[in-house]
Design a protein around this ligand. Structure first.
Ligand code: UD1
Length: 431
């Protein structure tokens, strides 16, 4: 067993003793990506908004800081209820220090522009997983009639009125679809977004906006139609469960030959993953109240191609890669969304995995067992993958740079511990 020494608070390190089956029940938290998009969209609304199921994670905390900096009121309670009132926003410039922390900060651009006629946002930072341009966002906002300057890493947009237009996206980008949908909600006339993203978080944002009085049709399909309205009003809304967190726990259960019920999971949001779990020999049962995952034996190799929803999600590519590292046979992963999402495989190799990558393809030759090592979480989902690997590895794994992971997983340590994992880490409290 691990010693009882707690890690120093400033060190975001997790220590895992592998080899314990996960079993029991865990509750899904609210969706990180859904919450962030909806929180940014509250800037469109004059009136009070009550949001339920908001996760206490680093990125939510950053977005709350952003809302405060822009002059909105935002209070998050311990039980995940966020009350926002952006009636009094006084600023249209997103503070660069907050934008640097989180890619999703760019989502305030459209709401600020639609609400005030002017907005300034520095190009966002976030995970180092590949080039993350915002050209589709800019193209969409320009199509709605705004003049946009993009100089020295800062985007400045201005308009008298936004006017509805037809926008075709070269790739069904979730962020650009959400950006254009929010801006178009207060535009004059009708906007049609073609080749729109159909991610559940896009649909969640549309449902929230409709509850605020927006007129949106087609969310969840490739064509979204937004008829602009003059103003939006307050509402009460509950964020969908986090399908990536659900997938992470399902894969952790699979890798430890565990037996886990994920309460609140919406199986219909994870169809691609559930099919892959069946393929690799894991039993999954969708129930009305959640998802049951049972793995009685080792997994079998498979091939993965990441794609926009409803394809296999890029955010679960790293977590499933960790499982395939000890699967029986050779797996090939093709990453079609982000070109740098294979860095974690180098860390898995330090734990004894046999992988190599070339451009957007990774070949993973399953080995019988990984062993504990000192590894580093190079980004949010890479960290989750290392945790999944460590849970089933021989011996003790020390994962550094876990602050990336705490950006996106609520109470990760205590949820894993409650399922029987032997984990030591500073439980970081954010908001
Ligand atoms: C969101 C999610 C992220 C997830 C990703 C893909 C949030 C906060 N993050 O990110 O967890 O991994 O969807 O499901 O919701 N692209 C461009 N130009 C643009 C915008 C995107 O070329 O203007 C490209 C990106 O480089 C990437 C692809 O489109 O290759 C998909 O990106 P996108 O769907 O926009 O991802 P995000 O919304 O940033």
């Amino acid at each position: 067993m691990l010693g009882m020494t707690e890690l120093a608070p400033q060190v975001a390190k997790m220590t895992i003793e592998g080899g314990y089956r996960l079993s029991g029940e865990v509750s899904a938290s609210g969706s990180k990506n859904g919450a962030l998009a909806i929180m940014a969209a509250t800037l469109l609304v004059k009136g009070e908004i009550v949001l339920h199921n908001i996760p206490h994670i680093g990125d939510v905390c950053t977005m709350i800081d952003m809302l405060h900096a822009l002059g909105a009121k935002a209070d998050l309670s311990a039980d995940g209820v966020l009350v926002v009132n952006a009636s009094t926003i006084s600023q249209s410039e997103a503070p660069p220090d907050l934008v640097k922390k989180m890619r999703a900060s760019v989502s305030v651009l459209g709401p600020l522009l639609a609400r005030t006629g002017w907005a300034r946002v520095a190009i966002p930072g976030g995970c180092d997983i590949g080039s993350r341009p915002i050209d589709f966002h800019i193209k969409g906002i320009r199509a709605l009639g705004a003049s946009v300057r993009n100089d020295h890493g800062v985007v400045e947009a201005q308009c008298d009125n936004l006017i509805g237009a037809k926008v075709y996206l070269d790739f069904p980008s979730a962020g650009a679809t959400q950006q254009i949908m929010t801006a178009a909600s207060l535009a004059q006339g009708t906007t049609v977004i073609e080749n729109a993203a159909s991610e559940p978080e896009v649909t969640d944002l549309a449902s929230f906006l409709v509850q605020c009085g927006a007129k949106i049709q087609g969310a969840g399909t490739g064509t979204i139609q937004v008829e602009g309205v003059s103003h939006l009003h307050g509402t009460e809304y509950s964020i969908i469960p986090d399908r990536v967190e659900v997938g992470t726990f399902a894969l952790a259960a699979a890798n430890t030959r565990g037996d886990v019920f994920i309460r609140g999971a919406l199986s219909e949001h994870n169809t691609a993953l559930l099919q892959k779990l069946l393929e690799i020999g894991v039993a999954v049962r969708a129930e009305e109240t959640g998802l049951c995952v049972v793995a009685r034996r080792g997994c079998i190799a498979t091939d993965i191609v990441t794609m926009p929803y409803p394809g296999f999600p890029t955010d679960l590519q790293q977590p499933i890669g960790a499982v395939l590292a000890t699967a029986d046979g050779t797996s090939i992963i093709t990453e079609k969304v982000y070109e740098h999402r294979f860095k974690y495989l180098g860390e898995l190799n330090r734990m004894g995995a046999d992988t190599h990558t070339e451009n957007r393809t990774a070949v993973i030759r399953g080995v019988p067992k990984l062993h504990g090592a000192s590894v580093s979480a190079c980004d949010l989902r890479a960290g989750a993958a290392l945790v999944i690997a460590a849970l089933a590895a021989d011996g003790i794994t020390e994962i550094s740079d876990m602050e990336h992971v705490y950006r996106g997983y609520e109470q990760f340590t205590s949820k894993l511990t409650a399922l029987g994992a032997v984990v030591r880490a500073e439980e970081v409290c954010f908001c």
